[in-house]
Design a protein around this ligand. Structure first.
Ligand code: ATP
Ligand code: MG
Length: 653
């Protein structure tokens, strides 16, 4: 067998280019290359100017202190994140602006102004203090998408207690593990939430988790679904009773720039979740600057990031970035297909959403459901679309642009991670020529490169490891309780100066970055290192396919054989004929080397609770191995189904 190539093969070539629409460009926040030039000339000066858009109690002494791999930003500066998100806007006369339109899954609606949000955050902060929460104590938050979620986060920020939000779709065990790891003192939860018409038993899960969480002294429960719940006297409190007694004023703590704002665990796509630590000054600077420039935020925008606040996307682009920029946002509690598959489009129409930010996994679901759902609604308020979470296949990008943006709206494909805190690779929609499937260029002041195994830059057209060669303000500071894991995970491969993202990437001849999926998922086929993304994109390029995941399994002939798991659009059936067609389609589109050996049709793919495809489980299935950790899986049943299909040999050549 040939020696395995060092670099990741780059097979896909995407020729379509989209210029910024002229009217969009004319009114955009960023209309020329000056932010890139400014950051190029004086990186620290650029970030200092972004930081100056926030309100500081005390100005910093130094912009950045880099003692690789440890970094500090804006040391000596003091500020408060909740003050920056709320008080300063209210003080400037902006208290009547809507902060959030909230919509419950069953249909309730609430509009919350900045002034109202500030009052309630103060009451909640006072309530936490009354329970003994002090600066530095961790507060776990296990809530669905209700207004009390951002309120509790901002209340923690106000008093300097790092929050650890645990996604409301997680099980009791996942909650328990995260509470134990963070040694949280108080838990804020709710009785029940709504998802697809049924109740999510958050409090019951919390009670189960708390059997093994000795650090928790108090539990605060928000009443949402009603009904009876066992309360432990002395430990359990109703949120509404607690805050009713509290005054709507609470002095914000003066926090150091480097004080911890929050911990957040990664989604666990590749392994056990890591407790990512974010601090205050650099994080807020990074999320506010990226939110404003990438989403082109104007005063009258209605910005809807449809992620769950339980993920970093929601932390940065539902809560901290938008509020720091005094933006009006939308929060929707439930499922996109409840009561029908047009719920999101109904919401866009109702609130006249101007900017929508969602995930490729959602877009692929919309593709599978069909265009009749968005077509039922008036979507003309939209002017900009965004995606995050996974590489977006060019066909999914085009679908989003065409059927949601109606060919008017630029699409910003934003690459970032829980660890990066803020978007790092992204178009700026008023100036960047877009290529579907490419996250385009590093944000001003961000230095990204693609390296080979030895640490040499990979020439244009080749694939390799995505790295960041200079710190950025919202970068993680460490892994909670495990600084060694911080060093080895992110700085183990190329040394302490170079952050390893764990994703594969290539740059094309024009310098565009293309994300190729996770390094762990790269396959060795007949001497070539193939990324999953390009083969999946070639499959999704076929008009019958909605979603695909490819993995490899050992094969006597070629070393590793490619197995593709494919979900078709709802009007097609997975016959042997279609399997043959798809194999040929991939061979024609990107080359024979990438032709899948086996095609397995499935109704869904195993996904994390944040909606990312979990290839490591499909790999186990394809190799007939016992399944690895499935606790972060959203749809465990599908793995069983796929297992049975593989055992019966469907779709093999
Ligand atoms: P874990 O690190 O625990 O395995 P995770 O990586 O899924 O979990 P997140 O921080 O939520 O946790 O996800 C970040 C990852 O998502 C990135 O490293 C990348 O693989 C993927 N990703 C996010 N946005 C994009 C994008 N625009 N294009 C390509 N990939 C993306
Ligand atoms: Mg990760």
């Amino acid at each position: 067998m040939a020696e395995v190539e060092q670099n990741i093969a780059a097979l896909l070539s995407e020729e379509r280019v989209f210029e910024p629409p002229a009217d969009f460009a004319a009114g955009a926040i960023v209309r020329d290359r000056s932010p890139y030039e400014r950051a190029e000339a004086d990186l620290e000066g650029f970030w200092a100017e972004q930081a100056e858009r926030l309100t500081w109690f005390r100005k910093w002494d130094a912009v950045m202190d880099w003692d690789p791999p440890w970094v500090k930003w804006f040391e000596g500066g003091t500020l408060n994140a909740s003050y920056n998100c709320l008080d300063r806007h209210v003080e400037a006369g902006g208290g009547d602006k809507i902060a959030y339109y909230w919509e419950g899954e069953p249909g309730e609606r609430r509009a919350i102004t900045y002034g109202e949000l500030l009052d309630e955050v103060c009451r909640c902060a006072n309530a936490l203090k009354s329970l003994g929460v002090e600066r530095g104590d961790r507060v776990a938050i296990y809530l669905g998408m209700i207004p009390e979620l951002p309120i509790a986060m901002l209340a923690c920020a106000r008093i300097g207690a790092p929050h650890s939000v645990v996604f409301g779709g997680f099980s009791a065990e996942s909650l328990r593990d995260r509470i134990i790891d963070a040694e949280a003192k108080v838990l804020v939860t709710q009785d029940g939430g709504y998802r697809r018409g049924s109740e999510v038993p958050l409090k019951a899960n919390a009670d189960e988790a708390l059997k093994e969480c000795p650090s928790i002294e108090h539990v605060v429960t928000v009443r949402r679904s009603g009904g009876e719940h066992p309360f432990t006297p002395g430990r359990d409190h109703w949120y509404h009773e607690l805050i009713a007694e509290q005054p709507p004023e609470c002095e914000p703590q003066e926090m150091d720039a480097e004080d911890i704002l929050y911990l957040l665990y990664t989604s666990g796509t590749t392994g056990s979740p890591k407790g990512i630590v974010h601090t205050t000054g650099g994080y807020l600077t990074g999320v506010a600057a990226t939110h404003r420039m990438i989403f082109d935020i104007h005063d009258d925008d209605i910005f809807w990031c449809s992620a769950d606040i339980g993920w970093v996307t929601g932390h940065s682009y539902i809560v901290y970035g938008p509020l720091a920029n005094h933006t009006t946002g939308v929060i929707y509690e439930g499922a996109p297909d409840w009561p029908d598959r047009d719920r999101l489009w109904e919401i866009v129409e109702r609130y006249k959403v101007t900017i929508l930010y969602t995930a490729p996994t959602a877009i692929r679901a919309f593709m599978r459901w069909g265009t009749e759902y968005p077509e039922k609604h008036e979507l003309s308020s939209l002017r900009l679309l965004g995606t995050v979470g996974e590489p977006i296949n060019p066909e999914a990008w085009i679908w989003y642009w065409k059927f949601i943006g109606r060919k008017r709206c630029p699409v910003v494909d934003t690459w970032w991670q829980t660890e990066t805190g803020m978007i790092l690779i992204t178009p700026l929609p008023g100036i960047t020529r877009l290529k579907p499937g490419s996250a385009t260029f590093p944000f001003p002041g961000v230095h990204a490169e693609v390296l080979d195994d030895q640490g040499n830059p990979v020439p244009p057209g080749g694939g390799g490891y995505l790295v960041l060669t200079h710190p950025w303000p919202a970068m993680l500071r460490t892994i909670w309780g495990d600084p060694d894991r911080y060093v080895t995970t992110y700085f183990g491969k190329y040394g302490p100066n170079i952050y390893l993202a764990g994703d594969g990437a290539k740059r094309d001849e024009d310098g565009y970055f293309w994300l190729l999926g996770r390094i762990d998922d790269v396959m060795n086929v007949a001497g070539h290192r193939l990324s999953t993304y390009e083969i999946e994109s070639a499959l999704v390029d076929n008009s019958k396919v909605a979603e695909a995941a490819v993995v490899s399994r050992p094969d006597e002939l070629v070393g590793e054989a490619i197995v593709a798991f494919v979900t078709l659009k709802s009007s097609y059936e997975g016959t042997d004929g279609v399997a043959a067609e798809l194999r040929e389609h991939v061979a024609n589109k990107i080359g024979k080397i990438a032709r899948p050996h086996g095609i397995i049709f499935t109704t869904d793919l195993p996904k994390t609770r944040s909606g990312k495809i979990m290839r490591r489980l499909l790999r186990d299935v394809a190799r007939g191995r016992p399944l690895g950790d499935v606790t972060t899986l959203a749809n465990a049943e599908i793995v069983e189904q796929i297992h049975e299909m593989v055992d019966s040999g469907t779709g093999e050549e």
